[in-house]
Ligand binder design. Structure first.
Ligand code: SAH
Ligand code: TMP
Ligand code: ZN
Length: 408
């Protein structure tokens, strides 16, 4: 019997297609000596028969994930810093050209985008519930509201600041299961001629690359142009543009407006037609994806065991949230992966959720190179390869698992 749940977009029937098992919170890095019980939930994903939206079957309470000690720093990557600076400049040069423009960001994290907006003197507010990263944004001159964005937050901002010309959100809209409240808030807060722009991992790329590690507690929705168009329609909005992005392993940037406010670009119809041709959420496509995921697990674990049995070392590179899914699903612990190096201060000195692999600074990996490094932050491959050229020059080899297991 198929396992089902109720769609958060259209109330249709969501049918489960993959179960990644019992998983910890992906960003819950622990002190090694911690005796606190660890929180686990069942990580599984389904597709809605009605609107095609791909979504988690179970929701984790938001306060467990996003709090004072949320460790992820958006500014941790040079490439992402440039990406968001570029986007801020583009918004300033286009949508924010009115007399007193106003922009709201949902999930501004450490201010990676809004600091450019703030420096230009444009009125803005970043809504960010995670206190630690919100404080970092404030220290960059960004106006921050420490809150979850939802309908009440939107109405409150509307009351005090008026309509927003731009509502922007990167890697956050997909994190929000209570999307009905958020969309009502956006509908109310957005100026009649305004745009709601968001970018998130693209389900089409997840299917193409078998990148199942995009699936974890924080990533609730996996969008396609088809499902976003339907979601927009149900909330009085309209999808008028889509733009593919190379960031974070393949994303789409969606532009929504009040229904009828702008003519949709040809890219929308073209993308939807391509998705229909690829049958992204058809049972056959999804079962091929599941077989691909199982193959990656077998091959990766076999590779790591062979290396261990030869007495050679493997270190992980990048204690990403994504890696929690891979490590816990594959059962990769400190016996197969000595430690993981990561540049984030709040992760160093801790152990990874579930598998309890130590996290250390990149200097420790450079001090004595292992024979192999497992590229867990594969979405930052170019940046990391460039930074770590000396590793390969010293004979070190990279292990990847996206789109398939390879050693180079
Ligand atoms: N925009 C950044 C941050 C992504 S991390 C980037 O692209 O790198 C996701 C962020 O969303 C976290 O900082 C988290 O605290 C925040 N978040 C989660 N739920 C939210 C909500 N309902 N409203 C606003 N921010 C939220
Ligand atoms: P992300 O894939 O969610 O952006 O997370 C990337 C993680 O990898 C984050 O913990 C920071 C870390 N990282 C490094 O340690 N070195 C690097 O050069 C980059 C780009 C990221
Ligand atoms: Zn649905």
């Amino acid at each position: 019997m198929a396992i089902t749940s109720e769609c958060r977009i259209c109330s249709g029937e969501v049918v489960e297609f993959i179960d990644l098992g019992r998983q910890p919170l992906a960003d819950a890095f622990r002190l090694p000596e911690s005796r606190e019980p660890e929180f686990f939930y069942r990580l599984s994903v389904g597709a809605c028969r009605g609107c095609q939206m791909v979504q988690l079957m179970e929701e984790v309470p938001r306060e467990r994930m996003f709090h004072q000690d949320y460790p992820y720093l958006s500014s941790g990557s040079t490439v992402m810093r440039a990406h968001f600076e570029g986007m801020a400049k583009r918004l300033l040069a286009t949508e924010l050209q009115g007399s007193d423009p106003f922009v709201v960001e949902i999930g501004c994290n450490d201010g990676v985008l809004l600091r450019t907006i703030a420096a230009s003197g444009v009125r803005h507010v970043g809504v960010e519930p995670s206190g630690g990263v919100a404080d970092l944004a404030a220290s960059e001159g960004v106006t921050v509201r420490k809150d979850f964005f939802e309908e009440s937050t939107a109405l409150d901002i509307l009351d005090s600041q008026g309509h927003a010309d731009v509502i922007y959100s990167a890697n956050t809209f997909s994190h929000i299961p209570y999307v009905d409240s958020v969309l009502r808030g956006i509908k109310a807060l957005l100026a009649p001629g305004g745009v709601f722009v968001f970018e998130d991992p693209y389900f089409g790329d997840i299917i193409e690359r078998t990148s199942f590690d995009q699936i974890y507690d924080e990533h609730f929705f996996f969008f396609t142009a088809q499902s976003v168009a339907r979601m927009a329609e149900l909330s009085g909005l309209e999808l008028v543009d889509v733009e593919p992005l190379p960031t974070h392993g393949g994303q789409l940037r969606y532009t929504l407006v009040h229904a009828g406010a702008r003519r949709p670009s040809d890219a929308v119809a073209a993308r939807i037609a391509e998705e229909e041709r690829r049958e992204l959420t058809a049972p056959d496509t999804l079962s091929r994806f599941v077989s691909g995921v199982e193959r990656v697990r077998t091959e990766l674990v076999d590779e790591l065991k062979r290396i261990r049995d030869r007495g050679e070392r493997v270190v992980g590179y990048g204690a990403t949230a994504k890696s929690a899914t891979v490590l816990n699903y594959c059962g990769i612990g400190p016996d197969l992966l000595e430690f993981i190096c990561d540049s984030t201060p709040a992760k160093q000195g801790r152990v990874t959720p579930g598998m309890h692999i130590p996290v250390r600074s990149p200097e420790e990996y450079r001090r004595s190179y292992p024979e192999y490094a497992l590229l867990l932050a594969w979405n930052h491959a170019e940046e990391i390869m460039a930074k770590e050229k000396a590793f390969q020059e010293a004979g070190g080899r990279w292990i990847r698992y996206v789109p398939e297991v390879s050693v180079t």
